[in-house]
Design a protein around this ligand. Sequence first.
Ligand code: AR6
Length: 175
Amino acid sequence: MQPVARIELLQGDITKLPVDAIVNAANTSLLGGGGVDGAIHRAAGPELLAECRTLGGCPTGGARLTKGYRLPARYVIHTAGPVYRDPQKSAVLLKSCYRNCLDLAVKHGIRTIAFPAISCGVYGYPVEDACRIAVDTTLDFLARNEHLKKVVFVLFSRRNHDVYRSYLQALGWPH
Ligand code: AR6
């Protein structure tokens, strides 16, 4: 199937999704926080934090896998997005988040994965720029990896959902 046809877009709460893996927009400590990170830890239960404690953190742009515990998703892939400062450096790091999450997913036989808008909350990344990086990096990856069946972008707000929808539609989505 064409890469763009394997992308889905949803507005809502990523913790509800019955996919193989959901991605957590975490921080380098991997010890929890607010936003989507807080929501994932609340929904997964305390076992998630216990496993995260064994990981020793994660560099910005990196990714680490844990089980999903009480979530409908089997796994959580935690990534630490960049705090938005220098646009060029932030772009390299954000791209690396998506690449490393997707690489890790394929390594673990994951076929369906959902991403929130990494760094677009308290880390201040402008959603239009972050959306381009998320979608372009994912499409490039899907073109070279038949294994991944579905990538879902989950946006909490209507506004962010509209930004993603416009960008995807300009690329011929849905196919
Ligand atoms: N489902 C989907 N998206 C969500 C949800 C949810 N349940 N909740 C929030 N969002 P943020 P960041 C959206 O701030 O900018 C944490 O404290 C939200 O609307 O969660 O990468 C971590 O521990 C926004 O568009 O993550 C880090 O310290 C997007 O998810 C820091 O925040 C990301 O917002 C990471 O900041």
